[in-house]
Design a protein around this ligand. Structure first.
Ligand SMILES: [Zn+2]
Length: 107
């Protein structure tokens, strides 16, 4: 098979030779692969809608007491110290329209 690719520009059709468009597709694939190197196993779990739990270890901004918060992908959370009542919020971010590099930049 030695088919070129037809590229439409206004009323013209340009034939792109097979080696040229294959090279461009391969270059784009490599670029996409490099851009996804940051993805961890947890990222894949989120993408695949698998259950995910994580722990936040922090401290009270007022008294400095350590706080351990466990949260799951359903946004349920528990606090290690039953007496602690930290203010926890989850920003509702539409990731499909987020143009910033991170949600921190969006705020
Ligand atoms: Zn405190």
């Amino acid at each position: 098979m030695n088919k070129g690719l037809l590229l439409g520009l206004e009323r013209f059709l340009l034939r792109i030779p097979r080696p040229i468009w294959q090279q461009e597709v391969a270059r784009s694939a490599q670029s996409a692969k490099k851009s996804l190197l940051f993805i961890t196993a947890d990222h894949h779990k989120v993408r695949d809608n698998e259950a995910l739990t994580f722990t936040i270890r922090t401290e009270c901004a007022h008294c400095g007491k350590e706080i351990c918060i466990e949260m799951d992908s359903e946004l349920h959370f528990s606090v290690s110290d039953p007496g602690a009542r930290p203010l926890v919020f989850v920003p509702m971010v539409d990731f499909s329209s987020l143009e910033d590099a991170s949600i921190i930049d969006a705020f």
